[in-house]
Design a protein around this ligand. Structure first.
Ligand code: ZN
Length: 830
């Protein structure tokens, strides 16, 4: 059974009545950095809707309201700290002027240096999504209250200001921006700081990249493909980029990777990277994602947060479309496979929910791997279903019809039907309104008499939950006489069925769901020779990688040989990485030798990283340990390979692991990836008590305020992994629940969950009560729930864990014995 998504007591959410239409919003604000305060006037032009009461209610949290005026006359108002209630005069359109000030705890953030982080830049930035704009200006804070906006902001000395739309004028420290296309209040942005600006163009669109002075080169590296992306999206969608300008501004301590504020995206500073990181790190997924939102999210907005997959699913899917366009179908397929893994992990380990979901306490709760990754994969299946041309026509229709407004899932279904004639209601019921995904078991069999492959297909998902049986479309790729052909198949929503694929002769390779397009988990029973052939010859890289994974579950000589050969010869790095992973799974001297042999020669940093990680499977193996230690000490062109080396070394339980990890904690890298994985490794260190104590104390030191934020979080997570049964570790983590960094608090709460000690419940409940971030609050509730349940389950889990470990040990011993026997046989036959 999967965990339910809705927590006890959660009721479905609906957009509340509003009474008035928002037409235009203007903010005239002055910012005071030292006092962390803003003050000024919000001018709202509103129009009453027919038959509604005269009372106008605006969201406005913790603002100090001075006066409310209309037509130059002061109005009475009621304000309870959350909602500002006014009775405006009658009229078709009313202009309200609200004078106010605020020292916001959310929505607008003032970041700057302190004693522990003296080099942090001084910046002010807003983050409205989902419902936080109300913390810095009064508005009807709902995605459907779209209006044009204007910001006139006076910033502190030395700072410049970035906001939505075009810069109308600038005088002194005052910046006046205006956006003439209606957008939602959560997309209103204000960023102020000391910035250098790198300019570019995409046709008529003016591009500006705002980065801290001195990082202009990094800006070109991280953001330089923006013009190509704009060109590609405009062409693909058939709708030009909707605004005059596109700014991207990098800020410190950002709450997300990026935020698609209309025409002025905010990005985390961490996306800027040096040339060395550029070997195996790319900003393109983030940059293309936020850019895609300018169409999906900003121009056309989800009507209410329950429908937010229309924002995030599209932005995430357009990331992979860009990937396909810029880097080819194989890269795209691997990114999709990664999405699938992420979604399935959440589905397996956290909860299962419908894509359109109303049962939440805060919208942020549904911004998860369902919303982004599953949403994207569902769109991908729609594209496969109606074809690329149909998909593009449907998107153009959807965008043109709802531009400047909002949409919901049914609008997308209608646009698809109108453009392509295909009714997708059943598809949407299955994938959007139904939870889960197909869990498939396929048995392959060649029927010599009928000259056909028979696929016995079972859908097993319905056994566990109320997950529906699915209708499915997929392709098989079959190799007959050295020629690959594809055959399209349709499966009924049935628990069991047999599909038949007639072929001129028995195929040598037979890939089911070629290209891995269906969002499903597959278990496929197929002869080993067929898998081996697919690994060496399937046309699509993702299919070869799937074959490698299947062979990794087999300990035969044929499997090892095939994997070793492809590790050496496959032309795509992702397949070589999959072979490395599989060889790590198989274990034994042959696999080890193959990995060690390849390590020094593998040219692609990502494949090298996979090899290093696979070496970490060789627990207590001196040869693997020596290679990993050397890899770390002599260094690698890639930060990520070095990071993986220290992580893997710890996993092997090497004597040198502690010392190397300590070195790694002092080695700088992009995003502190080396320090992070040193912490992760320490958390997985298989070591006797006294070394475990040493590891715990290193990790505790690394959680100190003042250490790099990324490794602090990794250290907290690692304490959760390693500190089981240690009361001082739990108490240390409990103290960290008051940390100023919300991501640290998130890591700490999850670590307390991992410790599994129900005595932490009280501290987590106190943390939840103080918490301002919706994501952390949600995790607090999930963790306390599982800690309470865990008390009952503890014994069972303990027993199962031991059994699994024992089985794994037996399996690896078996491989070693088989290899020895094979060796003896080989000698005997010589
Ligand atoms: Zn997004």
């Amino acid at each position: 059974m999967h965990r339910p998504f809705a927590l006890p007591g959660t009721r479905p959410r609906y957009v509340r009545d509003r009474g008035y239409d928002m037409r235009h919003l203007r903010l005239d604000l002055a910012l005071d950095f030292e006092a962390r305060r803003l003050a000024g006037t919000a001018t709202l032009r509103v129009a009453p809707l027919a038959g509604t009461p005269r009372r106008l209610e605006l969201d406005a949290v913790e603002l100090a309201i001075d006066t409310v005026e209309a037509d130059g006359r002061e109005l009475a108002f009621a304000y309870d700290g959350c909602v500002l209630a006014i009775e405006p005069p009658q009229g078709e359109e009313i202009e309200l002027r609200i004078r106010y000030s605020a020292t916001p705890r959310r929505g607008l953030y003032f970041v700057g240096p302190d004693a522990a982080y003296p080099h942090k830049p001084r910046q002010i930035w807003s983050q409205g999504q989902d419902e936080d704009s109300r913390h810095w200006f009064p508005c009807f804070d709902s995605p459907l209250a779209k209006c044009t906006t204007e910001l006139c902001v006076t910033v502190p000395e030395g700072m410049i200001c970035v906001s939505n739309g075009r810069l109308v004028e600038q005088y002194g420290r005052t910046f006046h921006y205006r956006l003439d296309v209606p957008h939602s209040p959560y997309l209103v942005t204000l960023v102020a700081g000391e910035y250098a600006c790198v300019r570019a163009r995409a046709g008529a669109v003016e591009l500006m990249y705002f980065v801290p002075p001195g990082r202009e080169e990094d800006a070109a590296r991280a953001l330089g493909r923006t013009p190509d992306m704009i060109g590609f999206f405009a062409d693909y969608l058939g709708v030009p980029y909707p605004y005059e300008r596109y700014s991207q501004v990098c800020v410190a301590d950002f709450l997300f990777g990026g935020m698609e504020n209309t025409s002025a995206t905010t990005l985390t500073l961490d996306t800027l990277h040096d040339a060395r990181a550029h070997l195996d790190f790319s900003s393109e997924p983030l940059v293309s994602h936020e850019l895609a939102h300018q169409w999906f999210g900003d121009l056309v907005t989800c009507r209410d947060w329950s429908e937010a997959w229309l924002n995030e699913g599209f932005a995430t899917y357009l990331e992979v479309l860009w990937q396909e366009h810029a880097h080819g179908a194989d890269e795209m397929a691997f990114e999709r496979a990664d999405y699938m893994d992420q979604y399935m992990r959440e589905d397996r380990e956290r909860y299962r929910r419908r894509l359109v979901e109303r049962r939440w306490d805060e919208p942020l709760e549904i911004f998860d791997r369902h919303l982004y990754e599953k949403g994207a994969l569902v769109l991908h299946m729609i594209r496969r279903h109606v074809g690329d041309a149909g998909f593009r026509a449907a998107l153009a229709r959807y965008l043109m019809r709802h531009r400047g407004g909002t949409a919901e899932t049914r609008d997308l279904a209608r646009a698809i039907e109108e453009a392509t004639g295909r009714n997708v209601d059943a598809f949407f019921d299955q994938w959007v309104y139904g939870a889960g995904h197909p869990e498939l078991h396929a048995r392959y069999e060649w029927d010599d008499e009928r000259q056909a492959v028979r696929i016995e297909l079972e859908q097993t998902q319905a056994l566990a939950d109320d997950t529906p049986l699915h209708a499915l479309e997929f392709e098989v790729a079959a190799e007959v006489d050295g020629e690959w052909r594809t055959v399209a198949l349709v499966a009924e929503p049935a628990a069991k069925q047999t599909l038949s694929v007639p072929l001129p002769a028995r195929p040598t390779g037979f890939v089911i769901d070629a290209g891995r397009h269906v969002l499903a988990s597959w278990r496929v029973d197929k002869p080993l020779l067929v898998w081996a052939r697919e690994l060496s010859a399937a046309p699509q890289a993702i299919d070869r990688a799937q074959a490698a994974t299947a062979l990794g579950r087999d300990a035969s000589q044929l499997a090892r040989q095939s994997l070793t050969r492809s590790l050496e010869h496959d032309t795509f790095w992702g397949v070589r990485a999959a072979c490395a992973r599989a060889l790590g799974q198989v274990g034994g001297p042959v696999a080890l030798a193959a990995l060690l042999e390849r390590l020094g020669r593998e040219p692609h940093a990502k494949a090298r990283r996979a090899i290093v990680r696979a070496l970490g499977e060789f627990v207590a193996d001196a040869e693997a340990q020596a290679a990993l230690e050397q890899c770390f000490r002599q260094g690698d062109a890639s930060y990520f390979v070095e990071a993986e080396a220290v992580h893997a070394l710890c996993r092997t339980g090497a004597d040198a692991a502690l010392e190397v990890a300590q070195l790694a904690l002092g080695r700088p890298s992009h995003g502190e990836i080396i320090r992070q994985l040193a912490c992760t490794g320490l958390g997985e260190l298989r070591a006797p008590d006294e070394r475990r104590d040493a590891a715990l104390s290193l990790l505790r030191e690394e959680t100190a305020y003042g250490r790099p934020v990324q490794s602090r979080r990794a250290a907290a997570t690692a304490l959760g992994a390693l500190g089981e049964g240690r009361a001082p570790v739990r108490e240390h983590l409990e103290r960290l629940t008051t940390d100023p960094d919300f991501r640290m608090r998130l890591a700490v709460v999850l670590a307390l969950g991992a410790l599994g000690d129900a005595r932490a419940v009280a501290a987590i409940e106190r943390a939840e009560a103080r918490e301002l971030d919706g994501r952390v609050r949600r995790r607090c509730r999930e963790v306390t729930r599982s800690l309470r349940e865990g008390v009952r389950r503890e014994e069972t889990v303990q027993r199962l864990t031991e059994e699994v470990a024992e089985l794994k040990r037996d399996g690896r011993k078996l491989v070693e014995r088989i290899e020895r026997l094979e060796g003896q046989l080989g000698k005997a036959s010589q």
